[in-house]
Design a protein around this ligand. Structure first.
Ligand code: AMP
Length: 380
């Protein structure tokens, strides 16, 4: 039996050993909690800062059971852990957010169905099992459209843009036999996201909506707050809060949105864990997304998700950016975060930098470039 709120020195189990788990473990330590990481990866970023690690595969049922029995509550930082694995853990200890939320977020069809059932607007979509389904979906949704695998896609992987009917067969052959979904292409003016936390008592808080800019399909910059109309930011926040309530969230959840050319906000994806687009909260908010997650799963009070500064977060991706680390740590105003990864492969997220601006004074493109200094050339 786990009693909430967890007292100091209780142990929080985190499934996944990446940078998200690392930053959650650091936030947990500040609240007096110990973290036990479950990961198949030796020397994982989270293990380097945690109390204990279980090194085992995600489908090792005996190791999962032992891990669960050694902790007070379990959360996760890695979405591709199996629903069955989390369900097994949930037989031993509370898993927060619940495995059912993970199941929905892991499958784009279940996710879109859930969102639409909660009256959350998405781009029109259709499930695709055969080439005939694809042709019929194209005639309903129109072109261009994006064909995606329903599971295990990230950073633009497992997707193909179809611009003309003649491209359908090639796109299908690239992604088939995985289950697929076709989405109407959104001619978006911006991509944004909102992170919400919700406690056992139903109290929910939402961080400010931020704008996300990608490079090579990987998040490059987050601007907090998103530099567009306050009504659009508020609409995304209220949608994220509605999703959290509808899904009965206990924990943290990120919602990614498109803002279309008319300013309409469409939900794209949900992720029931800390999110790369929330890393700015570590330095610009009294309570970061990681502390909110830990507070929510530990049953602590959730303070308001307020921001004392405007901020820009720049990811450090691959060897070309991490090579700048000596200059980054020598530049006043760049707040560095290194993930402790030894191998700097191209496309790998190795750290990030936050830059703060006084509340209400997020500059435009040139001001951001000036503030990023040595990191600006890749951005502008
Ligand atoms: P996702 O894996 O769904 O987050 O998609 C990765 C990226 O592909 C998004 O950040 C968008 O830039 C782009 N994308 C995905 N779906 C669509 C869509 N329906 N219309 C336009 N662009 C999309």
């Amino acid at each position: 039996m786990t009693d909430f709120p967890l007292p100091p020195n209780a142990t929080i189990g985190i499934v996944g050993g990446g940078q998200l788990g690392r930053m959650s473990a650091m936030a947990a330590a500040r609240l007096g909690y110990r973290c036990h990481i479950y990961t198949p990866e030796p020397d994982a970023p989270a293990s380097q800062v945690a109390f204990r690690t279980t090194l085992a595969d995600y489908d090792d049922t005996a190791a999962l059971a032992r891990f669960a029995d050694s902790v007070d509550v379990i959360t996760f930082e890695f979405e591709n852990v199996s629903f069955e694995g989390l369900s097994l853990l949930a037989e031993h200890r509370p898993v927060l957010p619940g495995p059912e939320i993970l199941r929905i977020s892991q499958d784009r069809v279940a996710e879109k169905r859930f969102l639409n059932s909660a009256c959350i607007r998405t781009t029109p979509w259709a499930q695709v099992e055969t080439l005939a389904d694809l042709r019929s979906a194209m005639s309903h949704l129109g072109l261009p459209a994006v064909l995606k695998t329903t599971r295990l896609g990230y950073d633009g992987k497992g997707q193909a843009l179809i611009r003309a009917p003649s491209e359908a067969e090639l796109a299908y052959s690239l992604l088939h036999p995985k289950p697929l979904i076709l989405e109407a292409f959104v001619d978006f003016s911006a991509e944004c996201s909102t992170i919400v936390a919700r406690g056992k008592d139903g109290r929910a808080v939402a961080f400010d909506t931020v704008e996300n800019r990608h490079r090579n399909h990987i998040l490059d910059l987050t601007l907090a707050p998103a530099p567009f109309a306050a009504e659009i930011r508020a609409e995304a926040q209220s949608m994220a809060l509605r999703i959290a309530e509808h899904i009965d969230l206990v924990g943290l959840l990120a919602v990614e949105f498109f803002v279309d050319a008319n300013g309409a906000v469409l939900a794209n994806e949900i992720a029931p864990r800390p999110h790369n687009s929330g890393h700015w909260t570590i330095d610009a908010c009294p309570v970061s997304q990681f502390e909110m997650q830990i507070r929510a799963v530990a049953g602590l009070f959730l303070p308001p998700a307020i921001r004392h500064s405007d901020a820009v977060m720049k990811n450090l991706v691959g060897p070309d950016e991490i090579v700048l680390w000596p200059q980054i740590v020598a530049t006043p105003g760049l707040i560095p975060h290194h993930y402790g990864k030894i191998h700097a492969r191209p496309g790998r997220k190795l750290g990030h930098v936050n830059v703060l601006f006084p509340y209400g004074s997020l500059p435009g493109q040139f001001g951001i470039a000036a503030a990023l200094g040595v990191l600006a050339p890749s951005t502008i």
